[in-house]
Ligand binder design. Sequence first.
Ligand code: PMT
Length: 404
Amino acid sequence: MRLQGKKIILGITGSIAAYKSAFLARLLIKEGAMVKVVMTPLAKEFITPVTMATLSQNTVLCDFFNHDNGDWNSHVELGLWADIMLVAPASANTLAKMAHGIADNLLLTTYLSVRCPVMVAPAMDMDMFSHPATQDNLQLLQKRNVQVIEPASGELASKLQGKGRMEEPEKIVDALVVFLGQQKKKINKHVLVTAGPTYEPIDPVRFIGNHSSGKMGYAIASELLKNGIKVSLVSGPVSLQLSHPLLETIPVNTAQEMFETSAQIFENCDGAIMCAAVADFTPVTSLDEKIKRKGELLHLQLKPTTDIAAEMGKRKRHNQVLVGFALETNNELTHAIQKLHKKNLDFIVLNSLAQPGAGFKHDTNKITIIDKEGKQYPFSLKSKTDVASDIVNYLIQYARYDQD
Ligand code: PMT
């Protein structure tokens, strides 16, 4: 009983492979799962709701409401109930609609509402599968954390040989067991992350900015989400995108906007990781019209911005954890320790531009975590994803998030 007590939404779409969903439902029940089936209108042409209701031991949902008594089939409730949504078979049409947020049947509205992980087992003709449109849609879904169970190769319903057969039910169940086994325990916390640079306007076309790409901050947000932690990501202008049911992203431009947004969110958070490269100075005035060249020196008057991390440090309650970064070029440890105390941080993550492969823009970073007692935890150069994992694991242990 490898899926004892797991709540699974089994989505079935219009594909010849829908007959395999009957075996799949039986196997899931045998493994101890609770299964609720949602079918697209076309799926009913391939396998009957009666078959699926009998095998899943639950009423099958196909329409937005019950035509006999008008009862509303709540996709939101269904979405909250499930531990995982599995769409098998997933046709090219449904994959495309999932990728583009189209919501014209109950399976799709359920997909858009679920807070749990989603897996798809594509099934279609080989040319449809290899078509760039389908491949792009699958890539987009994977980017949004949808797990794809690759189709097998072999004889297809069209009699052609190629890749497109839905994977066998036994293998889908195995993939589900492995995936759910890997899922970390959901940590019911809410963390604010700041990421990217800020842009301080000089005039309508110019600004003071910096080289932050947002990669480090987004990797941290992603790692928190993997642990089931809700994230509010306050992001300066970057070209990155992250999507997750537990994520809200608030784009900002200036240090002042980042401060105001972060302060409001921090009020109701369990912690914050301040990874943004916030401008320390901003022009005293930003002109409404483009400054013209006059061939003479131009003097810009700058004033200090609010130190967001320090301000959060003043407002921090005893049950909140505040993590800062220190981006240094020299006397790294001394400066980092000063910042840790001055900003009332719980710990600080030091990275230095003097280290090759560390800091701005790179896909890698090399950090040292320093705690309030001055203990140092140096890490080797690694990908920003792995660095983020080290920081989040340290935070979880420090704040005892896994023991609540
Ligand atoms: O975005 P990437 O290209 O991936 O690069 C990642 C990074 C190098 C930007 C990141 O790892 C990093 O070091 N972020 C902090 C950059 C920084 O501004 O460091 P600092 O030492 O100047 O600031 C110390 C701390 O105070 C930081 O947590 C910073 O977010 C915060 N701060 C600084 C100034 C300010 N006005 N408000 C702040 O909150």
